[in-house]
Design a protein. Structure first.
Length: 222
């Protein structure tokens, strides 16, 4: 996810650091004094060109949650459509899953049903920890997030794998009570690669089972 403070060194984390949902630039290990938000720095499939996603999306026939976010959070998904229905669906659901985590962070609810719609098992447990860390620090995400270079593969067993990059250079942590935004400089660690494992549930939604992230990835450097 985005969220930069408390850099978690390039390790294979489960959903906790992997979501791309929190805030951050990079380089600053402390979001506020000695407070550390774990996973904060690891930090909707759209058209072929870059597009900035709206802050709200409506539910649909299978019950996808409505995503409502603060107006100071924006997303750009440079995720071109592939023309393959399953691959495009994987990217679309993954896009919504990213936003759902930020919504839970903004709402300060580590058990928010929105993100739990898209995460199961190991990924859900790690994501809950990630969100709770923000709740404990009374902080949320803010700024602009960009996702790019997606690679999707579909398995014959109803599973899928999605890897993608995230630019966290303009995403930060915001403390709710004071309104303070913790800005950090852009470094190589501002660019993160994610590898997710998904499966299609009975509703036809691609849900995330595992997430691994690596900050400072050479693959994602501009």
């Amino acid at each position: 996810m985005h969220r930069r403070p408390a850099l978690l060194t390039a390790v294979a984390l489960t959903a906790v650091a992997a979501l791309s949902l929190s805030a951050c630039g990079s380089g600053d290990d402390n979001p506020k004094a000695n407070d550390k938000i774990a996973g904060a720095d690891t930090g909707d499939a759209s058209s072929a060109s870059a597009s900035t996603s709206p802050t709200a999306s409506a539910p649909d026939s299978v019950g996808r949650p409505k995503i409502e976010l603060p107006s100071d959070i924006t997303y750009t998904f440079d995720w071109p459509k592939t023309g393959d229905a399953d691959k495009d669906a994987v990217m679309s659901d993954s896009e919504q899953s990213i936003k759902a985590v930020d919504m839970a962070v903004a709402d300060q609810d580590a058990l928010d049903k929105g993100y739990l719609f898209y995460y199961e098992g190991e990924a859900a447990a790690g994501t809950q920890e990630f969100i709770q860390n923000y709740v404990d620090h009374k902080a949320r995400t803010t700024g602009a997030y960009r996702f790019y270079d997606p690679v999707v593969t579909i398995g014959k067993d109803g599973t899928a794998a999605l890897s993608y990059c995230e630019d966290q250079g303009r995403a930060f942590i915001k403390y709710i009570k004071s309104g303070e935004v913790k800005k950090t400089p852009v470094t190589k660690k501002s660019y993160v690669v994610y590898n997710t494992s998904l499966k299609k549930n009975k509703q036809g939604v691609w849900v995330i089972q595992k997430i691994i992230s690596q900050s400072g990835s050479a693959k994602c450097q501009p």
